[in-house]
Design a protein around this ligand. Sequence first.
Ligand code: F3S
Length: 282
Amino acid sequence: MEVTVAKSAGFCFGVKRAVDMVYEEAKKNTKVYTLGPIIHNEQVVQDLESKGVQVLHSIDELKEEKDAVVIIRSHGITKQMQDALEKKEISIVDATCPFVKKIHNIVHEKWNEGYEIIVVGSAKHPEVQGICGWCDNCCSVIETLEEAQKYTQKEPKKICIVAQTTFNYKKFEDIVDILLKKSYDILVMNTICNATEVRQTEAGTIARNSDAMIVIGGKHSSNTQKLYEICKKECLNTHFIQTLDDLDLNLFQSFRSVGITAGASTPNNIIKEVQSYVRHEQ
Ligand code: F3S
């Protein structure tokens, strides 16, 4: 049987970098904390816990301990949080994804230059909350076309628009179009990261060319659900599994080609496990 694993399956560059940084710190230090879970994957968080890494839910939980290290996850944090951390006697390891950091820098710089800031994204998402903290939360967050239509400026200022890295590009364009029609003086910075789009496009292509497709990811992961939908459209024999335990190989016996992809929070070892099982059990 021919087995094709998507190159873009699993962690994106920023998440892989952050997870690797935590494992590195856990090797070197005994007191390692992450501000929030480093990734939405219980197995990885538990594995890190077994290596002494503790998850903090707020900076207030952080005791000032010499030799302790606190790691900022790939979503990034607000400037206020960063300043509060720097005041503590503790080492900071910044695993903010460089693409998110770039947005912090744009927002901070343009806000200081007197621009009004609009963040296109979800106000509830930690990445967006972090971004807003780089202009003292003086920005507007717009997620829907209706919100864009209702938007009015408080003061006549130039506007700088940025986007949450995982925002849908088409929707971003539509929101920007609505705002441009209001004749404001707008600087648009497309800060969308293409990791998600690359993963989805590759998954669709592999599914189209395979007899069966396996999508690996958490059952509550919306990006894995989306991958499943894309693959199912291209290949009726698409199966959603969380780990190797969910895989019923009898379903694949008669197929000549099987494709494998995985959501953004799926660690490489699970992908490898599934891949070698499918290869060797035939
Ligand atoms: Fe990942 Fe960074 Fe893009 S965390 S989705 S590579 S912005």
